[in-house]
Design a protein around this ligand. Structure first.
Ligand code: ADP
Ligand code: MG
Length: 319
């Protein structure tokens, strides 16, 4: 019987039940005038600002497997969507959730809403609306933020001579995924380090506050979802410049280096995805914020160059 609660048009009571029980309590916030319950939500965008909008989907068996805790599915969906707002330098306004699921599983939904609640709270991003339908399991989050007009951070404004910077440490999340997939079973990796590294994959931290602080300072910015080399190439190409990266300056966590050694750690950092750190450029005379490393400089030319790989290898990653 439950299975039919979520048919798209019939059994509307079931759908409302799910919404009230799991999603309607996360919707209040500073900029929210009207939240879950009406035909649409209403938000106030502060004067002289631009609305910044981004959508991300998480699909079962593409982005997560059915053994992942629903709390983690919810939290990570929020963090990875918010990361795009961080990369634009946006302040958070609110988000909507399009949820498709094959049946109503109360335990799973309870977990999901806990994870969403954690994300909403941490990133000051109320859940102001959405849609709930029946079908293969997927979540699509649309996140909304704002920037003072003209101050949003773009991929296309890196200038020759700029410093190339990244926040945090790179490669941890990709290694964490590898651990979860059983690739390091029975290895010597320290248990606490393993927990930290897996946590970097399951609970990434979007750099929302750093993104906001970079407005009026950074010339370009992107969040690292597909790996340093690939994401650096997006910025280099959009800006019409070359990114020259010094491998020795790439920040690696001690946990990752002690787990796999420096050479492999560097490979994870260069090619592994889902770190959700920010990669950005600063004019040569700018101060560098805390917890940020300068990993190279913007030069004339195109693409990305890193000393550990031949030019040809480097370009293979991008085309
Ligand atoms: P409509 O039929 O007008 O599109 P719905 O019945 O789909 O409205 O939704 C009722 C209310 O519940 C709306 O305010 C909608 O934004 C909200 N809502 C529906 N699904 C979700 C969800 N998964 N998360 C948050 N809010 C939701
Ligand atoms: Mg609807």
């Amino acid at each position: 019987m439950r299975k039919n609660w979520l048919s798209t048009n019939v059994a509307v009571v079931g759908e409302f039940d799910v919404i009230t029980r799991y999603f309607s309590s996360l919707g209040s916030g500073e900029f929210v005038d009207l939240s879950v319950g009406d035909d649409a939500a209403a938000l106030t965008v502060p004067p002289n600002s631009e609305l910044i909008v981004s959508t991300d989907s998480s699909v079962l068996d593409t982005h997560f497997t059915d053994d992942v805790f629903p709390e983690d599915v919810g939290y990570k969906a929020v963090a990875s969507a918010v990361s795009d707002l961080a990369a634009m330098g946006a302040e958070p306004l609110g988000m909507t959730l399009a949820l498709t699921m094959p049946s109503v599983d109360d335990l799973w939904l309870h977990g999901l809403s806990q994870g969403l609640a954690r994300g909403c709270h941490e990133y000051r991003l109320p859940l102001v609306g959405g849609d709930t339908t029946r079908g293969p399991l997927s979540l699509t989050l649309t996140v909304m933020g704002f920037c003072p007009r003209g101050e949003k951070l773009l991929r296309s404004e890196a200038r020759v001579g700029d410093k190339i910077c990244v926040s945090g440490c790179l490669g941890d999340a990709a290694f964490g995924l590898s651990v979860m997939q059983g690739n390091y079973r029975g290895s010597e990796v320290d248990v606490d380090d393993q927990e930290y590294l897996v946590g970097r994959f399951t609970h990434p931290k979007a750099r929302l506050d750093l993104g906001c602080r970079l407005r009026q300072h950074a010339t370009s910015c992107i969040d690292l979802s597909d790996g340093l080399l690939q994401d650096a190439a997006h910025v280099a190409n959009a800006s019409g410049v070359r990114f020259s990266i010094h491998s020795a300056a790439i920040p690696l966590s001690t946990a990752l280096v002690s787990a796999v050694g420096e050479a492999l750690a560097l490979e994870y950092a260069l090619s592994g995805g889902e770190d959700y750190e920010l990669l950005f450029t600063l004019p040569p005379d700018s101060d560098v914020p805390d917890e940020v490393s300068v990993i190279g400089a913007v030069e004339t030319g195109e693409g990305v160059y890193c000393d550990v790989m031949s030019r040809e290898q480097g370009y293979d990653h991008f085309h």
